[in-house]
Design a protein around this ligand. Structure first.
Ligand code: 76R
Length: 276
């Protein structure tokens, strides 16, 4: 292993910024409000959510959280933290906000790490008979990367997947006393990420994964958002991943949030204690 290999940082591409925003309803004060006030407040919030959900340079979605960890989860994809902040402030200015208590939030940015993509581009450049490090190779590498750009952009600048359930959790990769992901050579990390991707790909039809990086943005290193119509798939996938070295040896996990997707127009019913 060369020193350069040991510290090689995988390039990442970034797309929309993501905010997972969880609230608990203050049910006592909500119930104490008059029917008329509740109707006005709930429909104002539903109308706001409806326009926020319109897919134009990012979008928003509403989930009803299962468990005591919260009641409502809003997910927002936007082009910058500043835009996300504007969305947050608009939400806070609504009447409904007075009946909500913050329960959890997580800020991150959709990420594609180039472990595999850069290796493919490098191989294709080398296949053209070019030697790594030469300007010709660099140019060919960039060309090959450009060819893969549309595919990557479709993941980086996507709308929130539409499946019925979301499973969100933050995670780290260990840098502990015994093992440290960040001191492994690139080749080992790449091989392990390949096996991770292989396992994950078996679930391609059933799950949409959105990986967002949060180093420097929030308390963990990544946010993992899984979207599926069948919630059991989360359990199967996450369990199978636990046996894969990337997760078995190197991963640490934060709290898990499970939500059911609801259309903005379902918000008044949700606040009435009815699912739809
Ligand atoms: O992006 C790709 O599809 C290529 C392969 C791939 C990468 C680079 C991939 C595939 N993932 C990648 C990166 Mn993933 N992923 C997780 C978790 O619970 C756990 O054990 C871990 C949480 C799940 C469940 C999951 C699922 N992945 C990452 C990264 C960035 C790591 C880095 O850069 O060091 C993290 C933190 C992470 C975590 N992964 C897949 C999946 C699934 C289902 C796939 C296949 C996607 C598909 O083919 O549709």
């Amino acid at each position: 292993m060369t020193e350069r290999d040991a510290v090689e940082v995988p390039e990442t591409l970034e797309g929309w910024y993501v905010l997972h925003d969880v609230y608990a309803v203050d049910w006592a004060s909500w119930r104490a409000a008059t029917r008329g006030e509740r109707d006005v407040v709930a429909s104002e919030a539903a109308a706001w959510l409806k326009q926020a959900a319109a897919p134009e340079r990012g979008n928003s979605a509403l989930y009803s959280v299962v468990s005591q960890k919260g009641d409502l989860m809003l997910v927002h994809y936007r082009e910058s933290p500043e835009t996300l902040n504007a969305v947050e402030l608009a939400w806070r200015s609504l009447g409904l906000f007075g009946f909500l208590r913050p329960a959890y939030s997580y800020l991150s940015v959709i990420e594609v790490s180039l472990y595999e993509v850069a290796a493919i581009a490098g191989k294709r450049a080398a296949d053209r008979g070019l030697k790594a490090g030469t300007p010709e190779y660099e140019k060919a590498f960039e060309e090959e990367m450009d060819k893969m750009k549309p595919h990557m952009d479709a993941r980086l600048y996507r709308n929130i997947p539409t499946q019925r359930y979301i499973c969100f959790y933050p995670m780290n990769k260990r840098r502990g006393e015994h093992v440290n992901w960040y001191t492994l050579p690139m080749s080992e990390r790449r091989a392990m990420m390949r096996s991770h991707g292989r396992i994950g790909h078996k679930y391609h039809e059933q799950v949409t994964q959105v990986i967002s990086g949060s180093v420097g943005l929030d308390d963990w290193e990544w946010g993992v958002s899984l979207h599926a119509d069948d919630p059991l798939v989360f359990k199967k996938l996450v369990y199978e991943m636990r046996f894969d070295p990337v997760s078995a040896i190197y991963a640490e996990f934060g709290p898990f949030y499970l939500g059911v997707r609801r259309s903005p127009s379902a918000l008044p019913a949700l606040l009435d204690g009815r699912p739809s």
